[in-house]
Design a protein around this ligand. Structure first.
Ligand SMILES: CC(C)(COP(=O)(O)OP(=O)(O)OC[C@H]1O[C@@H](n2cnc3c(N)ncnc32)[C@H](O)[C@@H]1OP(=O)(O)O)[C@@H](O)C(=O)NCCC(=O)NCCS
Length: 250
């Protein structure tokens, strides 16, 4: 499933997840994320129970019943007041309850990376979120060392809201996370002084981490016999998204 190279030119299409994707979805999650998900999560994804998701499939050389799952994004619609970004949303006097789309997991099989598959998947999420009148944004958490994912979300114009200390607890260790948001439908508030301080501190922490990891890459690449290559999430570990009450980390 997680083969390193493809030797053909893939034809990628996008569609909702289906029950027949269950096994492939489980395998890809197991390969990309250091956390094991419960079967219930996968069943909810493929059956569309409370989770809206998209699959990227390679249809080259197969009929569409035999397509190959190579990427996915899973999301949940949440009330904005229950999210950590409620304070960064613009005040809205309308009575309807504001909502947000939370990205639970996003992944692309390694052999299919850098083909803009994740870009298309996240664009689908943004399109879906924009079509919900109450929705004010798309948000997610990224573990602090997952530079490919952080660069990806910055490229997609997500805004860094803040750093959340010890947000993840994985195999006996705590990790910070960054909270990213893509505001929609006039969702962004004009920044409060406190919000501004949090955002500046988060950006400073992120830049410090980036400089440290670049320095480490440079140190490694200057050693004989080691070539310098683009950091990828296979080495840095996976981006993790989590949501309280969502069967732990995802
Ligand atoms: C992060 C991830 C989803 C990106 O998927 P992808 O399909 O390769 O991404 P795209 O091809 O759409 O990349 C778009 C942009 O993101 C940035 N980007 C993506 N991967 C990157 C990497 N490894 N290093 C630096 N920048 C990267 C680049 O700016 C890229 O634009 P460019 O091609 O013009 O340079 C993929 O690496 C992955 O599945 N990682 C493991 C799981 C994970 O970390 N998921 C994160 C979300 S929960």
């Amino acid at each position: 499933m997680l083969d390193k190279k493809i030797t053909h030119r893939p034809t990628i299409t996008y569609r909702p997840m289906r029950p027949t994707d269950l096994q492939a979805l489980q395998q890809i999650h197991a390969g990309l994320f250091p956390i094991r998900y419960e079967l219930e999560f996968f069943l909810n994804v493929v059956n569309g129970h409370g989770i809206v998701s998209w699959a990227a499939v390679d249809i080259s050389g197969c009929d569409d019943r035999m397509d190959r799952l190579v990427g996915f994004v899973t999301t949940r619609l949440v009330p904005a007041k229950e999210s950590e970004i409620a304070d960064s949303l613009r005040y809205d006097s309308s009575r309807s309850e504001k909502t947000l789309v939370y990205i639970l997991t996003l992944g692309v099989v390694e052999a299919y990376r850098n083909l803009r598959i994740a870009t298309t998947l996240v664009q689908e999420v943004i399109k879906y979120a924009s079509s919900i009148p109450t929705c004010r944004g798309v948000y997610l958490h990224v573990i602090d060392y997952n530079n490919p994912a952080i660069l990806f979300y910055r490229k997609m114009l997500f805004k860094l809201v803040r750093r959340l200390p010890s947000f993840y607890y994985i195999q006996g260790r705590h990790f910070d996370s960054y909270l990213f948001v893509y505001y929609l439908n006039g969702g962004q508030s004009t920044c409060s002084p406190l919000g501004m301080v949090a955002a500046v501190a988060a950006v400073a922490a992120y830049l410090k981490g980036l400089v440290a990891s670049l320095a480490s890459v440079l140190r490694k690449s200057s050693k004989p016999g080691r070539s310098r290559k683009r950091a990828d999430s296979k080495d840095t570990g996976s981006l993790l998204c989590t949501q309280e009450g969502d069967s732990g980390l995802v």
